[in-house]
Design a protein. Structure first.
Length: 191
C-alpha cells in the first residue's frame, strides 16, 4: 500500500519507553530529586528482570500468529499475568510460564515438536533476551508501561505516584527522542 508505514517496534508506545522521559515524568509527579527516583526505580535492572519471560511470551505469540491459530495475542492485559506482593502489583512469572506452556502445547499439536523447536530457536537467535528486544517486540501499551506504572507506586517521595494513563503517555510523548522515528519522517516527506 502506497502510504502504509510499518513501525520497527511493536506499537507506537514502545517508542516512549526511555529512562530520561520516565524520570522527568516521575520528578514532576512525585516531587523527588531525579537521582533519588532513579535509585528507587532501578529501571534498567527492573526491565532486565522482566525481559526474559515477556520476550518468551511474545515469541510464542508470534508463532501462533504465523500459523494463524486464532489465539488472541493482541489487547491482552498484563494484569492477567500479575499478582499482589506486599500491596504492590508485580509480574507473576509462574502465570506467564503457564501461558507459554499452554501455547507451546497448542503449537506442537499443530506443527509438531521438531518444527516448533526449529522455529523457537530461530526466533530466540533473532530476538535475544535484552532491553532492545523487550522494547521492540513486547507491547509497551499492554505490558511494559502498565508494569512500569505498578513499579512507580514503589517510589516514596513527598507525594505518591498518581498519574492517569493518558497523562503518562502524553508526558512521555513530549519527552521522547523522535530520532528513532526517522524512517517515518522520511516516508512522510517523500509522500
Amino acid at each position: 500500500m502506497k502510504y502504509l508505514h510499518v513501525l520497527e517496534r511493536y506499537c507506537i508506545e514502545n517508542y516512549l519507553v526511555e529512562e530520561e522521559g520516565i524520570l522527568e515524568i516521575l520528578h514532576t509527579t512525585i516531587v523527588l530529586d531525579k537521582s533519588k527516583i532513579a535509585k528507587q526505580l532501578t529501571l534498567n535492572n527492573y526491565l532486565k528482570g522482566v525481559s526474559n519471560p515477556l520476550i518468551e511470551l511474545f515469541l510464542h505469540y508470534s508463532i501462533t500468529h504465523l500459523h494463524k491459530m486464532g489465539i488472541k495475542t493482541v489487547s491482552n492485559s498484563v494484569t492477567n499475568y500479575c499478582k499482589q506482593n506486599k500491596s504492590l502489583t508485580v509480574l507473576d512469572f509462574e502465570k506467564i510460564e503457564e501461558k507459554i506452556k499452554h501455547l507451546r502445547g497448542e503449537i506442537q499439536l499443530l506443527i509438531g515438536e521438531d518444527a516448533y523447536n526449529e522455529t523457537i530457536y530461530a526466533l530466540r537467535q533473532r530476538w535475544p533476551s535484552n532491553f532492545h528486544t523487550l522494547t521492540t517486540i513486547v507491547s509497551a501499551k499492554d505490558y511494559i508501561l502498565p508494569l512500569l506504572m505498578f513499579r512507580f507506586k514503589k517510589i516514596k517521595g513527598k507525594e505518591s505516584f498518581n498519574l492517569k494513563w493518558e497523562s503518562l503517555r502524553l508526558g512521555l510523548a513530549k519527552t521522547a527522542n523522535i530520532d528513532s522515528l526517522e524512517s517515518l519522517r522520511q516516508k512522510i516527506i517523500s509522500a
